[in-house]
Write a protein that binds this ligand. Structure first.
Ligand code: FCB
Length: 444
């Protein structure tokens, strides 16, 4: 890897912090959604999660032990602003001050994400991402956070994966707030989320001197399952909804014409003059989350996108049924670089779920599959770097087993095993290997 490459791990607030109702934290849509019967596979929630709110020094010590040089985490918006805007919760601010200071002391660079899906419930009560005003509230929150932490945090990400939280939260409903409004829900929430991002960028820059500001998208190369015209068309629509809608808006200041035509007029959001100019505010880096490729054929999902995801025969799959296809990460890095030319790219998430794991007789977790996943994908990231992609870092998803959204605690992705009864942490074999790569794979 190039000289200035950073190796880190990633987490998000709701998935690890716990302390859901402690020290003045406000309710988030995930606190609410997890109470809905049947919403979460194992009926669990993030009330306690990894209790990172109290155990963060232990977690930082683990990162240091692995030799990681960066840590991507998110703020809980309702921990900082319990009502979503206005009053700052001093105890919440204090927690993040302590976390950031401890990271810096350990020589680990903080990469801060403002929104990793836990919208304040108070804003959801006013329409959430359907309400244009949420974009303004996000901009205020971003400015407040940048004022509080911008002296020490120099890498800022506005949103994590707008495609996922907009579409899974508002179109299909398997994530909070659980709305099943189809394509219209996905498109309207996406427009307001992108507007939130665009309004926040200049505010973060002016409050956090010298900071780099970006956004994380979950983009996937999309391949038609066959060369039939209808499958090629379906793959193009899917690529338009998941990838180009966000990339074109951010890097070109325009939504893709074919998607505007497809949504027109019934499914189009209220796009006002100036919105796309705000959304395309120049950014310093693009974060890419990638796990797999998308192989698509014509089908019945989300008309008029009308697609179906295909699991190609002969491939290996993770415990979640996600195809293990390392070439996907090189392909998407090269594609985004050649098409949109972001100044810098970070792989902000990549990793693999297994079935729940238990330590063996020697107390070890020898997660061979996860080790080979990381080695395979990292080789392809290195190959993209050699092909001229300005990829500056890689964050393993995730530091430790945690609350995996609608899957609860059934899908561990961690480099570190967590015993959720005792909160005991144990480095897995993948954590040892990843740490060794982090320490040795950079040319110095
Ligand atoms: C991503 C999310 C992250 C985690 C991984 C497995 O979509 O950003 O929080 O759920 O998937």
């Amino acid at each position: 890897m190039p000289e200035d490459f950073v190796f880190g791990s990633a987490t998000s607030a709701y998935q690890i912090e716990g302390a859901a109702a402690l020290d003045g934290k406000g309710e988030s849509i995930w606190d609410r959604f997890t109470r809905k019967p049947g919403a979460i596979a194992d009926g669990s929630n993030g009330d306690m999660a990894c209790d990172h709110y109290h155990l963060y020094p232990r977690d930082i010590a683990l990162m240091k032990e692995m030799g990681l040089s960066a840590y991507r985490f998110s703020l809980s918006w309702p921990r900082l602003l319990p009502e979503g805007s206005g009053r700052v919760n001093a105890a919440g601010a204090d927690f993040y001050h302590r976390l950031i200071d401890a990271l810096l002391k350990a020589g680990i660079e903080p990469f801060l994400t403002l929104y990793h899906w836990d919208l304040p419930q108070r804003l959801q009560d006013k329409g959430g991402w359907y309400n244009r005003d949420t974009a303004m509230r996000f901009a205020d929150y971003a400015a407040e956070a940048a004022q509080l932490f911008g002296d020490r945090v120099k890498k800022w990400t506005t949103l994590n994966e707008p495609w996922t939280f907009c579409w899974w939260g508002h179109a299909t409903g398997e994530d909070a707030p659980g709305l099943k409004d189809g394509v219209k829900g996905g498109v309207i929430s996406s427009h307001h989320a992108l507007l939130a991002h665009g309004l926040a960028v200049p505010l973060i820059r002016s409050e956090a001197r010298g900071a780099e500001v970006g956004i994380t998208l979950d983009v996937n190369v999309t391949e038609p399952a066959t060369d039939r015209a209808e499958d090629i068309e379906a793959a193009r629509r899917f690529d338009g909804a998941q990838n180009r809608w966000y990339l074109d808006a951010i890097f070109r200041g325009a939504y893709p014409e074919d998607m505007l035509d497809l949504y027109n007029p019934r499914l189009l959001p209220d796009i006002r003059p100036g919105d796309l100019a705000a959304i395309s505010a120049p950014i310093d880096f693009l974060g890419i989350n990638n796990y797999r490729r998308s192989v698509i054929r014509a089908g019945a999902e989300l008309a008029p996108l009308s697609y179906e995801r295909v699991s190609p025969e002969g491939s290996d799959y993770s415990a979640l049924g996600w195809e293990i296809w390392p070439q996907a990460i090189e392909d998407i890095l090269v594609h985004v670089h050649e098409t949109y030319r972001p100044a810098r790219i970070y792989v902000t998430e990549n990793g693999m779920a297994t079935a729940p794991e238990v330590p063996d007789a020697r107390g070890r977790i020898e997660d061979v599959e996860r080790v080979s996943y990381y080695v395979g994908y990292l080789e392809k990231v290195a190959s993209a770097a050699r092909r001229g992609v300005p990829v500056k870092g890689y964050f393993a998803w995730t530091l430790m087993d945690n609350f995996e959204w609608a899957l609860g605690y059934t899908a561990p992705f961690g480099l570190v095993h967590v015993d959720f009864k005792t909160q005991e942490r144990r480095l897995k074999w993948s954590g040892e290997v990843y740490g060794r790569i982090a320490r040795e794979a950079v040319e110095r």
